[in-house]
Design a protein around this ligand. Structure first.
Ligand code: 5GP
Length: 207
């Protein structure tokens, strides 16, 4: 299996700042593309269908599962989220650095299938208290939803060791600089090159 593009997976507790980091990465890295997931969760204020997510209902989501449309899918905080297989393959074929904001369960599934092509980052806050403050500041989530996300955060933290990189989002600029470096490294993964062909062409070039 060979791809022209690469996968950059970012996971971490909800509210750790993944979306803001991803937004900046997409602005600053010319060949980066976002894997727009499908979800059954309610749209938040400011979110755009087809940009942040493809918003759908449980019935259609189940239909997609049955048809094998997802590379991975998971139930996160009571809603369904899935990564479109077709979209990922298209972006990889176009040579994109595909950025996936997915939860730990989704990453574990993806890792089983595509590990050599994945660079993984766990992004989190420096403390639980810090996460709570951020979740409270974020508009649009009810108290109940925030409580659920906080409850789930510790469980997600226990997956840290499955990730290649750990970025602690204390100072946004520092975290972003770290992420930009990691994104650059992601595009240079050896598995992305057909090394046999490369060595052959290298040897054939004039002495
Ligand atoms: P939110 O509702 O805050 O946008 O996302 C909740 C969680 O779902 C986040 O941890 C996010 O990474 C995860 N998520 C978003 N899209 C996907 C997906 O396609 N697959 C999986 N497994 N998780 C996702």
């Amino acid at each position: 299996m060979n791809f022209k593009g690469a996968l950059l997976v970012i996971s971490g507790p909800s509210g750790a700042g993944k979306s803001s980091i991803v937004r900046e990465l997409l602005k600053q890295i010319p060949n980066a593309a976002f894997s727009v997931s499908t979800t059954t969760r309610q749209k938040r204020e400011g979110e755009v269908d087809g940009v942040n997510y493809h918003f759908t209902d449980k019935e259609s989501f189940q239909k997609d599962i049955n048809e094998g449309a997802f590379l991975e899918w998971a139930n996160v905080h009571g809603n369904f989220y899935g990564t479109s297989l077709k979209q990922i393959m298209k972006l990889l074929d176009e040579g994109k650095l595909v950025i996936l904001d997915i939860d730990v369960q989704g990453y574990m599934l993806l890792k089983e299938k595509l590990e050599p092509f994945i660079t993984s980052v766990f992004l989190t806050t420096k403390s639980r208290e810090d996460l709570k403050t951020r979740l409270l500041l974020r508009q649009g989530d009810s108290e109940e939803v925030i409580e659920k996300r906080l409850e789930n955060a510790f469980g997600e933290m226990t997956y840290i060791n499955h990730y290649k990189y750990l970025v602690i989002n204390d100072d946004f600029k520092t975290a972003l600089a770290q992420m930009l470096n990691i994104a650059l490294a992601a595009s240079s993964k050896r598995a992305l090159t057909d090394t046999d062909k490369f060595i052959e062409a290298w040897a054939k070039s004039p002495k």
